[in-house]
Design a protein around this ligand. Structure first.
Ligand code: PLP
Length: 375
């Protein structure tokens, strides 16, 4: 098998699985329980939070565990709008956010909010100047992702944060694809809310975290229930997932530069090899080291993905989240129909080898040679 879909999700290293098994079978207490097993679980949640905080160089109390990146995005948006309800009902975002942001904003539009969607250029870039021009007196929130999940393009979150410094407008960034791939700290980004998810960095699915900076005030919960997570996020803490998330982060932090370099060298090798396939085009500016978007114009991506999967080469058609539908990211970038239809996403992880990329090259070349393009 050649797994080249790490932007969709990642394998969990044995060391992470082993920590999780231990929690599930031995340290399984409820962190709210008063006896020793409960206190042990509480200590585990606290030490795990400290690990995530270390990765963001922030204080542990600024990190709240969530069930996933999608929850973090929805919560940050709702919480920021609640805080700024007197500022107004205008939101600025990009047309290429993940559906966890876009669908939440669609719902808010139905509830009476106005949303400005910044359009990327042909390389997938959005500038801080576009954001500046979109700001209004009543802009309550700007939500701009750090790294686009389809193209790997990094957005200028720091510059946008600087624009908002002297305004009430809050800034949220979905950093799910950027976390531990691109260097940043909570302070260097300057966002008020930062969304993270574990399963893109070797952690388990079903756990994420939301960073809340100093300007986030009177944060309104998304769910109502018990007093967990300082009353901000009720629900019995999923201790195994939390410990697994922290272990995955620890493993990455130990080896951060080596992993980044490995990802970048995989990407460079793929650019070199796949670039020799006739007519193959690379899509987007591609800043993130783990994502490569490419197109065989006219060859439907669904067919490419399914034929490659028969050969054990796993990639995705654009983003795994919108099977079959034209990608909103490629559409917003203004790609022509044939190029958009033929676009696939390849993404690398620490486990990726040159042999995986060679297998991808062989399979793509064979597809191109044997199949006919659409008209
Ligand atoms: N945001 C981005 C940029 C993503 O790539 C993803 C997952 O694909 C999410 C949010 C959603 O994260 P989760 O799967 O943890 O809900």
């Amino acid at each position: 098998m050649h797994y080249l879909d790490h932007a969709a999700t990642t394998p969990v290293p044995a060391a992470v699985a082993s920590v999780m098994t231990k929690v599930l079978t031995q340290s399984y207490g409820n962190p709210s329980a008063q006896y020793a097993l409960g206190r042990q679980a509480r200590a585990l949640v606290d030490s795990s939070r400290a690990v995530i905080a270390r990765a963001l160089a922030c204080r542990p109390e600024q990190v709240v565990f969530t069930s996933c990146g999608t929850e973090g995005d929805n919560w940050a948006i709702r919480a920021a709008l609640h805080q700024n309800r007197r500022v107004g009902k205008h939101i600025v975002t990009t047309a290429v956010e993940h559906s966890a942001v876009l669908q939440c904003l669609k719902k808010l539009e139905q509830e009476g909010y106005a949303v400005t969607y910044l359009k990327p250029d042909g390389a997938g870039r959005v500038t801080a100047r576009q954001a500046a021009e979109a700001l209004r007196e009543d802009t309550a929130l700007v939500s701009v992702m750090l790294v686009n999940n389809e193209t790997g393009v990094r957005f200028p979150v720091e510059e946008i944060a600087a624009l908002l410094k002297n305004r009430d407008t809050l800034l949220h960034t979905d950093a799910v694809q950027g976390f531990l791939k691109m260097p940043f700290t909570a302070k260097s980004l300057g966002a008020d809310y930062i969304t993270l998810s574990a399963h893109k960095i070797g952690g388990p699915k079903g756990i994420g975290a939301l960073y809340m900076g100093g300007r986030a005030k009177n944060v309104q919960p998304l769910l109502y229930g018990g007093g967990q997570e300082s009353g901000l996020r009720p629900g019995t803490e999923p201790t195994a997932q939390i410990a697994g998330f922290a272990k995955a982060v620890e493993l990455r932090l130990e080896d951060l530069e080596a992993v980044r370099q490995h990802l970048a060298s995989c990407r460079a090798y793929a650019l070199e090899r796949l670039g020799t396939i006739p007519d193959l085009q690379f899509i987007g500016a591609g800043d993130a080291p783990h994502i490569l978007s490419l197109s065989l114009p006219g060859y439907p991506s669904q067919n490419i993905v399914s034929e490659l999967s028969e050969k054990g080469v796993y990639i995705s058609a654009g983003s795994a989240c919108h099977r079959g539908k034209a990608s909103h990211v490629l559409t917003a970038m203004g790609l022509d129909r044939k190029t958009a239809a033929g676009t696939v996403r390849v993404s690398f992880g620490p486990e990726t080898t040159p042999a995986d990329i060679d297998a991808l090259y062989d399979a793509l070349l064979e597809h191109k040679t044997k199949r006919f393009p659409m008209l």
